[in-house]
Design a protein around this ligand. Structure first.
Ligand SMILES: [Zn+2]
Length: 572
């Protein structure tokens, strides 16, 4: 024992005095933060540069509160390949890669049933309001249309979220809520133990499922009785400011923008009468969707008494309008420009409300995005940038694939389906013919890689057996790989190559690639103990949940792989 003490003494002497002082002062001065409220904001499809493009047009109380008063990461990226909504949200909430959290896409083929499944669908937990589920006939969101029931739960999310760890750390009295227009924008963030609410286009009100409640809390009934959507009946979406102040003032009427009947592609956009077939859909593709979401967030704060006592609470608000507006009009459109300025105002309203009730000095605010997005191909073409469209449904009939089918002695049944981003092969038939699954995948992948507009097609078997080199794109594909859910071949298109078809609807722009325009997102944090600074080093969205856990002292979410964002750990 004496020897060990002596050894330690000698060892300490070997450390320069300056370093000893540093480690001592750190252990004495670091404080875990304990805000009354953690407010996590996710803006769907907010590519990083869109913040900076309009920075000087923002008011004082919205984005500027985070930009001026918080830690701002300039080079934050998603590290997985399939940059879609559920994938990005769940990565932000869990700090895990899709390979661990299991949300590998908005939709995947369920091998057990042979049918497509929507990420968070769960028939065991129907929506509490009858008839509030997706109407297959009028729904524009193709991923929603893959769902076979209106039931929703987080049960397919395979790891814990930060919000789960938050609740486990502070105990049952601590409250966790999430709201979004999109079900997947709320369920992913509420985790397994919080409460999620989302907007039903069918009903024009906010709903939840049996997973969360047996019946609605009284205040939700009251909120919905106020008919939140009807306030927009027979009014129009107008520009917030004088048209002359807009960068895209002369570019409202572009041929590549989607012109939905009744809504059109130029200002003002009419919502129409509240009993119109697409009335609530139009609200979601305008700033109205975000305004209704913020109103509901205020109702949660008030009625659930969030941030009122010493026990911290968590609220996630995911704003969906930026995504829908980006899809329909493109991120460089007058609509997208106005939408972000309106979002800034909506954020300011929410922050002001929290300041008056809980106090922003007691609130940790985080803002990021589930993915970025490309420029509309039509806009790129206009500027002289080469783009093209890909038709993966036609891969199956390409001569090279037909030749492989002959070689393997399998006909049209060889490729079961393409659903972004995977080709699914008929594994049973391949096995029945005595063929090697990996060899068949590799042969098809090699041919698909040669197709116009395809950067690389990657066999899942080769990927998991380490048979492909570690290029960044391939790493992103591997981080997206779940053995039980991923398809057999991941197809990466070349940059600025797109699928035009949003399930029957031609849209202006579609994200979902591993290229930087889809991965680059804002990442900002402001609140008690967080200093004002810009950070230029490359960070990843998986870093966030781990950092939040470490900041409050909780254990990190079960699948978290990110690294701590060291810049937000302040010593006073
Ligand atoms: Zn989207």
């Amino acid at each position: 024992m004496r020897f060990r003490v002596l050894f330690l003494y000698v060892f300490l002497l070997a450390i320069p005095a300056s370093q000893q002082a540093t480690s001592q002062s750190r252990s004495q001065e670091f404080h875990h933060i304990r805000p009354r409220l953690i407010l996590q904001i996710t803006v769907d499809q907010l590519r990083s540069d869109l913040v900076w493009r309009y920075e000087d047009r923002f008011g004082e109380g919205g984005f500027r509160r985070l930009i001026d008063g918080g830690t701002v990461y300039l080079d934050a990226h998603h590290g997985h390949a399939n940059t879609e909504t559920i994938v990005g949200h769940t990565t932000l909430s869990t700090g895990a890669d899709p390979s661990a959290h299991g949300m590998i896409g908005n939709v995947w083929l369920d091998r057990a049933t042979g049918t497509l499944r929507y990420n968070i669908e769960d028939a065991r937990y129907p929506i509490l309001t009858a008839g509030a589920g997706v109407d297959q006939a009028t729904e524009l969101d193709p991923t929603q249309r893959a769902a076979r029931s209106d039931g929703r739960s987080p049960s397919a999310i395979q790891v814990s979220t930060f919000s789960d760890e938050f609740r486990l750390f502070y105990g049952k009295e601590s409250k966790v809520f999430a709201v979004s227009v999109k079900d997947r924008g709320a369920v992913s963030m509420a985790g397994h133990m919080g409460k999620a609410f989302w907007f039903s286009k069918q009903k024009g009100e906010f709903v939840t499922s049996k997973y969360y409640y047996d019946e609605y809390p009284g205040w939700v009934v009251e909120h919905n009785d106020g008919r939140p959507a009807e306030a927009f009946s027979n009014i129009t979406w107008d520009l917030l400011h004088d048209r002359a102040t807009y960068r895209f003032r002369d570019q409202d009427d572009r041929p590549y923008e989607t012109s939905l009947p009744g809504f059109g592609r130029i200002f003002p956009h009419e919502f129409g009468d509240s009993d119109g077939k697409y009335f609530t859909t139009f609200l979601t593709l305008s700033p109205a969707g975000d305004q209704m979401t913020a109103d509901f967030a205020r109702a949660i704060l008030t009625n659930e008494h969030l941030g009122e006592d010493e026990i911290p609470d968590y609220l996630s608000v995911s704003f969906s309008s930026t995504d829908y507006v980006g899809h329909i009009f493109g991120p460089s459109s007058l609509e997208a420009e106005d939408n972000i300025l309106q979002l800034d105002k909506t954020l300011a309203g929410l922050f002001d409300f929290i300041d008056e009730t809980i106090g922003l000095q007691n609130t940790l605010i985080i803002l990021s995005a589930d993915h970025g997005g490309p420029e509309a191909p039509g806009y790129l073409t206009e500027l002289g940038f080469d783009t093209d469209y890909i038709h993966p449904d036609e891969f199956d009939r390409a001569p090279a694939i037909e030749a492989l089918k002959k070689q393997f002695g399998i006909g049209d049944e060889l490729i079961t389906t393409y659903y972004h981003p995977y080709l699914y092969l008929n594994r049973d038939l391949i096995a029945a013919r005595g063929l090697d699954q990996g060899e068949v995948e590799s042969a098809i992948a090699a041919e698909v890689t040669k197709f116009d507009g395809v950067a690389v097609a990657i066999s899942s078997t080769a990927l998991t057996e380490g048979l492909v080199p570690g290029y960044p794109i391939l790493k992103a594909v591997l981080r997206n790989f779940s053995p039980s859910r991923s398809g057999d071949i991941y197809v990466v298109f070349e940059p600025n190559r797109f699928i035009n078809d949003f399930d029957g609807l031609n849209v202006a722009a579609t994200h979902g690639s591993p290229w930087r325009y889809d991965t680059h997102v804002p990442l900002m944090m402001a609140g008690p103990g967080i200093r004002s600074q810009f950070v230029s080093r490359h960070v990843e969205t998986v870093d966030l949940a781990r950092t939040l856990s470490l900041l409050i002292g909780a254990k990190v979410p079960s699948g978290a792989v990110g690294k701590p964002l060291v810049e937000v750990f302040r010593t006073p």
